[in-house]
Design a binder for this molecule. Structure first.
Ligand SMILES: [Zn+2]
Length: 423
């Protein structure tokens, strides 16, 4: 649906707006980019600002707009990216984790397929209104969900070597960037996303960009480590390039990232399924750790939010009481309480939700998680309340009086398209 709005008299914006999921968005005539820096905890931003590691971003904080907002719970990549591109929480769009247990079949089902999305995306609506849109992600699984209904350019750095006009809206994305698709576990996977966006801007092929990075570096490297500083400098160089090409930018993160290891460097982990089954019997409780998908055990598949499923004949209430006494567990909520408090779709909940203490993660069973993949690093992860606060930064100041109500990372499209000053 299009609306005319005479107040939008600026050459950066069209005089039309679109309605998506209860909000209106102005249509850009000049480039606008929304960037999701995966795992960009406020600690990385604070260190970068104090140390001068990200001068472009520092200038935006100074001269544009910056605040801290809440990510969607659970603080995982997919629910948050989908919240960002739909402008609504998981209770509305339906994706509340990377996978869930299908109660009817007992099968662990990946939830990034677009068939799990219950709403349209702002990206698809912008493209539908005639704006040339490009959505570029680090990983291909996320690309598929974000590209739902999108008639534009949509590809991942991971599969940049195999893009087709039919599937991705672009042939040979590798050639666009001028280097091969990076390894999926590399810093370059994120930088490739940004470089692809820059190339599209240079060629005038996109007026709206959504660029979603990977948290590979943040999972292994704390703020102020050499690896983190190098990565943030490389991101900042690209932010400057995007700004120089005339784009307005709003950026946020899908979640924060916290240290989850003890003084000796061992992960602070409670295997909650093992713990509860020792009390209630074998197979009494199934714990699902929806941070990763069931097939890729990246960072050991350990995060700070899990869902529990209780076998028929066992009292859920008794299990809740026992789970609350488990070490390193901060909170245990019934499905209804979790859905209400965190705006989650109740039909995709388990029987309960368990949240780890800030310094800890929750696993299912010791045998299911391979912590050897940490390769000598302290475990850093996310998923809980302690990773909910994230930065939201705009390259330009906001219209006076329009900073109220920016509370969540899924407000970033509203900031990018509606709230920055017009001139
Ligand atoms: Zn993430």
């Amino acid at each position: 649906m299009l609306h005319h709005d005479d107040a939008l008299g600026s050459d950066h914006w069209n005089d039309k707006r679109i309605d998506v999921n209860g909000r209106q968005y102005a249509l850009p005539c000049k480039p606008v980019a929304v960037i999701c820096i995966d795992g960009f905890d406020p600690e990385y931003l604070d260190a970068a600002l104090a140390d001068g590691t990200m001068p472009t971003l520092a200038a935006w904080v100074q001269n544009g707009f910056a605040c801290t907002v809440d990510a969607a719970m659970p603080t995982f990549t997919n629910p948050n990216n989908i919240s960002i591109v739909t402008g609504v929480p998981p209770s509305v769009h339906g994706v509340s984790g990377n996978y869930f247990l299908d109660r009817d079949t007992g099968i662990e089902t990946v939830m990034v397929d677009e068939s799990f999305l219950r709403t349209g995306t702002i990206l698809a609506a912008l493209a539908g209104a005639g704006v040339p849109v490009a959505s570029i992600t680090a990983k291909d699984k996320l690309r598929k969900a974000l590209g739902a209904g999108l008639k534009g350019i949509s590809f991942s750095a991971q599969h940049a070597g195999a893009t087709t006009l039919e599937e991705n809206g672009i042939e040979a994305a590798e050639a666009l960037v001028g280097r091969p698709a990076p390894d999926q576990y590399s810093a370059d996977l994120s930088l490739f996303v940004l470089d692809a966006g820059i190339a599209l801007l240079k060629e005038g092929r996109a007026k709206f960009l959504y660029l979603s990075l990977s948290d590979f570096i943040q999972h292994a490297h704390a703020p102020r480590s050499a690896e983190s500083d190098d990565f943030l400098r490389a991101i900042d160089d690209r932010l400057q390039a995007i700004e120089t090409l005339g784009a307005r930018v709003a950026l946020t993160a899908d979640h924060g990232m916290k240290d989850k290891a003890d003084g000796a460097g061992r992960p602070n982990v409670i295997y909650l399924q093992d713990y509860l089954n020792a009390i209630f019997g074998d197979d009494a409780v199934r714990i699902i750790c929806p941070i990763a998908d069931p097939f890729v055990r990246h960072h050991g598949g350990l995060g700070s939010f899990v869902r529990g499923y209780v076998r028929d004949g066992i009292s859920v209430e008794d299990v809740l009481v026992a789970a609350r006494k488990a070490p390193l567990v901060a909170e245990v909520l019934s499905a209804e309480a979790a859905a209400q408090r965190f705006s989650l779709p109740i039909d995709r909940e388990g029987d309960f939700v368990a949240l780890a203490a800030d310094i800890a993660v929750i696993g299912a069973s010791a045998g299911e998680h391979d912590v050897s993949t940490l390769a000598g690093h302290r475990l850093r992860s996310h998923g809980g309340i302690s990773e909910q606060r994230v930065p939201l930064i705009a390259s330009h100041p906001l219209v006076p009086g329009s900073a109220d109500g920016i509370l969540h990372n899924w407000d970033v499209f509203d900031v990018a398209l509606n709230r920055m000053v017009r001139s």
